[in-house]
Design a binder for this molecule. Structure first.
Ligand code: HEC
Length: 132
């Protein structure tokens, strides 16, 4: 559970790091992302470039293996919780990512249809992330 919190931290902090969170935790989360997620997920790319890639170029411009971290983060912010209640948003985000990395299912996606259609469902990370 601790690990998942870190992942959430990472994902939500790609946009803005809330004051409440310390740098150490953030760095650990980043390490996990680099080790376990970055083989498929690029961390961050400009949204207009991504949109051009996915919507106009059929993902042939960037040939991405998965939606980028900032893209997922952006969608999570739009779709979950309440913008004005960051704690609630983080809890909802934690639940979503926790569930998704263990039981991925494209039916649960928060991504744009024009983006998600380029990908197969992500492999489950069950047992791949230790509870350090
Ligand atoms: C083997 C490649 C691969 C790895 C490794 C991987 N992912 Fe993914 N991930 C994908 C693909 C492909 C998608 C898009 C399809 C989907 O949503 O299932 C995705 C989608 C997602 C989504 C969005 C789900 C949605 O559709 O709304 C989240 C959140 C996510 N990944 C988190 C992670 C985290 C956290 C890790 C590391 C612990 C990780 N992924 C590792 C390939 C991967």
């Amino acid at each position: 559970m601790k690990i998942l919190f870190l992942i959430i931290l990472l994902i939500s902090s790609l946009f803005a790091l809330p004051e409440e969170f310390d740098k150490e935790r953030y760095n650990l989360g980043e390490k996990i992302f680099e080790n376990k997620c970055s083989q498929c997920h690029v961390k961050s790319m400009p949204i207009p470039l991504l949109m051009k890639n996915f919507i106009e170029e059929d993902n042939k411009l960037l040939n991405l293996k998965a939606p980028t971290g900032n893209e997922i983060s952006f969608r999570l912010k739009q779709q979950l919780g309440n913008k004005d209640d960051i704690e609630f948003h983080l809890m909802e985000t934690a639940d979503f990512v926790n569930d998704y990395i263990n039981n991925p299912d494209k039916a649960k996606t928060i991504c744009l249809p024009g983006v998600i259609r380029h990908f197969d469902t992500m492999p489950s990370m069950k047992g791949k992330i230790s509870d350090e």
